[in-house]
Write a protein that binds this ligand. Structure first.
Ligand SMILES: [Fe+2]
Ligand SMILES: [Fe+2]
Length: 400
């Protein structure tokens, strides 16, 4: 059998109307998003047009922009070093006080290992396939951690220049990564032990995903990058919290505890990232509100948006549709996160902005209700329920 290889620069699926969100359940063939040849310009070049589209436009042209933060603003991040040490690094947990995956897993060195595995498998027997699909998608997203560390190290002014740099920013990036690494490990081992999922297909999906990377259009710009991470940490906090709630409902209290514990880490990370952006709003309100507008116009794409298992060209959309149907992560959550961040950063109360800054302020402050209204219309139209086979659960059909 020939495997189709999908390049991140090839034609891709677009969630429609996107927001980086699940597609309506009746949308089997999402509108293609075409990557323009101009996205192949040489790295390091400063780009170019930033094509802004009106809200809700179904087609999106991606012009890859790099290094969009003016070099003089790098000083802002240098001057925040001490502040970051006192206000950001404190949200990390020392290793000796951190939980480890082993705390939640059968102990393979103990006499009772087989009994513990048997009990785990008993508990997970009643978990439905749609829930498993969402858990697998969440686990795969966590497992693509090399991509996220690479992304953080792409950001001008904060990257870890040597791989062991002592700056607060570099320490944060490494230790954040080290904390996050436990998430994928734990979920992977747990799902493996249930015997309910096709591990080889999952492992292939992880390899494809790390190989593809992600294109979240943060332009090496730490303003955009930290807005993205603020959004994402809250999104993962919400989705792991919801999978915890559902695991409890399905009778697997251990899995509920695992998801809840991971959600608590995401919450700490959310606090750190939202504090960074909060500080940027204090120092540079104009630059920050323009950055928030920039990211929201482009829509926050999920980190695993290039997911592929060697079979399903729209795997991410299909996984997202199941997550939306189960209420694990929905368009409403997307709007709620935006509203939360706008309020956390006091965007409505910003003063002294230029005309452009005021327009950006109006745009981001008015966006959440628009997203909710649009989502209601999409939900009304999405009546036809489709089922599709997911390779992760041995090609069993799962309702989207
Ligand atoms: Fe995580
Ligand atoms: Fe996280």
């Amino acid at each position: 059998m020939t495997l189709k290889f999908r390049s991140p620069l090839s034609v891709q699926s677009q969630k429609f109307p996107s927001f980086g969100l699940p597609p309506p359940a009746n949308l089997k063939c999402p509108v293609p998003k075409v990557y323009m040849p101009s996205s192949l310009r040489s790295p390091g070049s400063k780009e170019i047009e930033n094509l802004k589209k009106p809200f809700g436009s179904p087609r999106e042209i991606d012009i890859r922009v790099t290094h969009s933060m003016p070099p003089e603003k790098i000083e802002i991040f240098k001057s925040m070093e001490d502040w970051a040490e006192k206000n950001i690094l404190v949200h990390l947990k020392p290793v000796e006080k951190s939980w480890q995956p082993q705390d939640f897993l059968p102990d393979s060195s103990s006499e009772g290992f087989y009994e513990q595995v048997k009990a785990l498998r008993e508990r997970s027997r009643e978990i439905p396939d749609d829930y498993l699909v969402v858990m697998v998608g969440d686990m795969i997203t966590e497992e693509a951690l090399p991509t996220y560390q690479t992304f953080l190290n792409s950001l001008d002014g904060v990257r870890d220049e040597t791989g062991a740099s002592p700056t607060s920013w570099a320490v944060w990036i490494r230790e954040w990564t080290a904390e996050e690494n436990r998430h994928g490990d734990l979920l992977n081992k747990y799902l493996y032990l249930t015997g309910r999922v096709d591990m080889k297909q999952i492992e292939k999906t992880i390899q494809y995903l790390i190989g593809s990377g992600m294109n979240i259009r943060t332009e090496n710009n730490p303003y955009l990058g930290f807005i993205y991470t603020s959004f994402q940490e809250r999104a993962t906090f919400i989705s792991h919290g919801n999978t915890a709630r559902l695991a409890k409902k399905h009778g697997d209290l251990k899995l509920a505890q695992i998801c809840g514990t991971i959600a608590a880490d995401e919450k700490r990370h959310e606090t750190a990232y939202t504090n960074i952006v909060g500080k940027l709003f204090e120092i540079d309100p104009e630059g920050s509100v323009l950055a928030l507008e920039n990211m929201m116009r482009k829509k926050i794409l999920m980190p695993a948006h290039l997911m592929y298992d060697g079979r399903d060209d729209n795997l991410f959309d299909h996984f997202s549709a199941v997550a939306q149907r189960l209420g694990v992560y929905t368009a409403k959550d997307y709007a709620d996160i935006l509203e939360f961040l706008v309020s956390r950063w006091n965007v409505e109360k910003l003063t002294g902005l230029s005309g452009e800054g005021k327009k950006a302020q109006d745009y981001v402050c008015g966006l959440a209700p628009k997203i909710r209204r649009l989502d209601e219309r999409v939900q009304c139209r999405a009546k036809q329920a489709l089922s599709l086979p997911f390779s992760w659960v041995f090609d069993r059909d799962v309702k989207l």
